[in-house]
Design a binder for this molecule. Structure first.
Ligand code: FMN
Length: 209
């Protein structure tokens, strides 16, 4: 029996990207177009963050041996090696703090840079690394969502993943101990249909005042 090829799905509006996104765990076996990959990362980097802190960082894994190691760290989940690329999304709040002047808008000049520095030192200076890392992660999660929709908008599919051992992934990628993961994101062209959405309706999850 031949199985029908899933038809490529394009999304030209945000609504279409949201509607057509679903977790895909089997991908077409072809490398990612590197221009598209960079454009998806660029679009995700346009996500908003408090004080424009941009705590998110991306590690893009396309090397087969490294993907295999990531799969092992993710309890053997096969979507990691099926995908041509895996985008590891994490927050690095220590790097954010060390370089915080970079995130002040250039239009604000030297005064803006000094203000950004004092804001971050005042708010986060006395916090534990893990506590401020948690704050950084809330910002990185926004970029994680943007990444999935940016991918869909360019005709790609993804599956967000938190089912992995963080310390093993840090070891594999040589990331510092303090970083916190938004998730792994296998990405490529869908080779399966995935599951239709199953969601609470708006009334179930909303109070209107
Ligand atoms: C933060 C997060 C972590 C997830 N972790 C995994 C995972 O480790 N493995 C997996 O197969 N799916 C994972 N998923 C996918 C969810 O199962 C999926 O998004 C959910 O069932 C809704 O289905 P849909 O994405 O097709 O709409 C994760 C999703 C999110 C948002």
């Amino acid at each position: 029996m031949t199985v029908a090829e899933p038809r490529p799905i394009t999304a030209t509006t945000v609504a279409e990207a949201i509607e057509s996104r679903r977790s895909i765990r089997t991908f077409v076996q072809e490398p990612m177009d590197q221009g598209d990959l960079r454009e998806i990362l660029r679009l995700a980097s346009l996500a908003p963050s408090a004080w424009n802190a941009q705590t998110w960082r991306f590690a893009v894994v396309q090397d087969a041996a490294l993907k295999e190691q990531l799969r092992e760290a993710a309890y053997g989940q096969g979507q990691i090696t099926s995908a041509p690329a895996v985008i590891v999304v994490y927050s690095d709040m220590e790097d954010t703090l060390a370089t915080v002047e970079e995130t002040a808008h250039p239009g604000m000049g030297e005064q803006g840079r000094a203000g950004q520095r004092s804001t971050f030192d005042n708010v986060f200076g006395a916090q534990e690394v893990a506590q401020r890392g948690q704050w950084g992660l809330t910002q990185a999660n926004i970029a994680f969502g943007f990444l999935m929709l940016a991918a869909r908008g360019l005709g790609y599919d993804t599956v967000p993943m938190l089912g992995f051992q963080p310390d093993r992934v840090k070891d594999i990628l040589g990331l510092p101990a303090h970083v916190q993961f938004a998730g792994l994101l296998p990405i490529g062209k869908r080779a399966e249909e995935g599951f239709p959405h199953h969601r609470h309706n708006v009334e179930r999850i909303t109070k209107f005042y």
